[in-house]
Write a protein that binds this ligand. Structure first.
Ligand code: ADP
Ligand code: ASP
Ligand code: MG
Length: 404
């Protein structure tokens, strides 16, 4: 007998019909003699709707109340699924996070799970019950409801796998697994059979929505392999696992993109020690993360330009912080652009294969796609391009690196 965590995303329980289908998948797994813990997201679109409602009251809606509001979506999908499983003649029960409890810190809207009490649920599943747990949420020490950040049901599933010491963690979604690119912008994207934690973390952080980045980090730290698979086809999906399980045949494993970025250039700043620190210090102090940075050396030793990228939602705050500091920074002008996108190639195979960089740049140049900024790590290269070239960039790189 095995103990399994089965997580169903919002796309898998988006309608009553889909919830009934999920109930049948759960029944099949249970009937094969396994102990089952199910983690469920809110029905597709529900969390977004709730967020919009809070926005229409105020853009600065209270964080703690927002958590109460957003967590309600999972209560609906959990009870519907549990009811559907009971209807199939099985024993099932849904819990809310505070009833278990799943204890988190009080970092509302982006909480971390600290502990999960397991006795009651282990007792239930050991007596042929199927436990249904809401993803995405917990309760803080002060008894207030918390949420884990968008897409956080993936993190719930991995953390539940850890605390319940399950034999596997299966993430059911609306695609065949982790694909070489987002299938909505490249129909030639193919399923990846196995991917390392490190590569998946890069793919997810750089925009592949299929797994929440923090959940991948949690699975890597705790060495919990994940099976990402389709709720529709029943076929084997993608195994996210440690690097030494993988035989790298390709240099590039996958391609991600994100359209959440903006670019800022300070033109004509003085080229002397301390200027970069003066630019970025107020941004850091205001929780603004900087991603790519380019600074030219000045040809005359006097003035240079500094360009950087950041999250689009932080752009206006960053601009006003820089303008406040204009006298100290002494730049000539500031230019910004929020119609940019970041396209990244990811692959552990890059480490042993020189020449990937120029191949990437050349194939974009052949399409007349201008590169606005570049950043690299051992296993990824990201470029910033104009947003309207996103799809074309993904497609040309997908082909260039043999993923079509
Ligand atoms: P769920 O509701 O199951 O949590 P998500 O919408 O969060 O599902 O994630 C699945 C979606 O992620 C897919 O429908 C697909 O459009 C998108 N996606 C983006 N990049 C990738 C990728 N590399 N592989 C698979 N899916 C991807
Ligand atoms: N329902 C939450 C969201 O939409 C959590 C999740 O889907 O994983 O972000
Ligand atoms: Mg998701």
């Amino acid at each position: 007998m095995k103990r399994l965590v089965l997580k169903f995303g919002g796309s898998s329980v988006g309608t009553i019909e889909k919830s009934k289908k999920v109930a049948n998948i759960v029944k099949e797994k249970f009937s094969a003699g396994n102990e089952i813990i199910v983690v469920v997201s809110a029905m597709e679109g529900v969390t977004n709707d709730l967020k919009e409602k809070s926005n229409s009251i105020s853009k600065n809606f209270d964080n703690k109340e927002l958590d109460v509001l957003l967590s309600s979506g999972e209560q609906i999908s959990c009870s519907l699924l549990s009811g559907a499983i009971i209807n199939l003649g099985l024993k099932a029960r849904s819990w809310l996070s505070w009833q278990i409890p799943i204890v988190t810190n009080n970092n509302h809207t982006a909480s971390q799970i600290i502990n999960i009490k397991t006795e009651e649920i282990i007792n239930f599943i050991s007596k042929k019950g199927i436990a249904i747990i809401p993803g995405f949420q917990g309760i803080a020490a002060d008894s207030r409801v918390t949420t884990l950040g968008r897409g956080g049901s993936d993190l719930s599933a991995v953390t539940i796998a850890k605390f319940f010491q399950t034999d596997s963690c299966e993430i059911y979604t609306d695609v065949e697994g982790v694909l070489t690119a987002d299938p909505t912008i490249n129909a030639k994207a193919k399923k990846i059979d196995k991917i390392s934690y490190e590569e998946m973390l890069e793919m997810a952080s750089l925009g592949a929505k299929v797994m929440q980045p923090i959940s991948v980090q949690a699975s890597m730290v705790n060495e919990i392999p994940i099976h990402v698979r389709s709720v529709f086809s029943g076929k084997e999906g993608t195994i996210i696992t440690s690097q030494n399980e993988i035989d790298y045949k390709k240099v590039v494993t996958g391609i991600s993109y994100s359209k959440n970025d903006a670019k800022v250039s300070l033109v004509g700043v003085v080229d002397k020690p301390g200027v970069a620190a003066d630019i970025f210090e107020p941004l850091g102090n205001n929780n603004i993360n900087i991603d790519m940075v380019i600074q030219n050396t000045s040809s005359d030793g006097k003035k240079t330009d500094v360009t950087f990228t950041l999250k689009r939602e932080d752009l206006s705050k960053a601009l006003s912080l820089i303008e406040k500091n204009k006298e100290k920074l002494n730049y000539n002008k500031i230019i910004h652009d929020d119609k940019v996108a970041k396209v990244s190639i990811i692959g552990a195979g890059m480490i042993a294969n020189p020449g990937v960089t120029h191949k990437m740049f050349r194939s974009l140049a052949n399409e007349k796609i201008n590169i606005l900024a570049i950043s690299t790590s051992e296993i990824k290269i990201s470029v910033l391009v104009q947003e309207n070239f996103t799809q074309q960039s993904v497609k040309v790189l997908h082909k260039e690196f043999g993923l079509d």
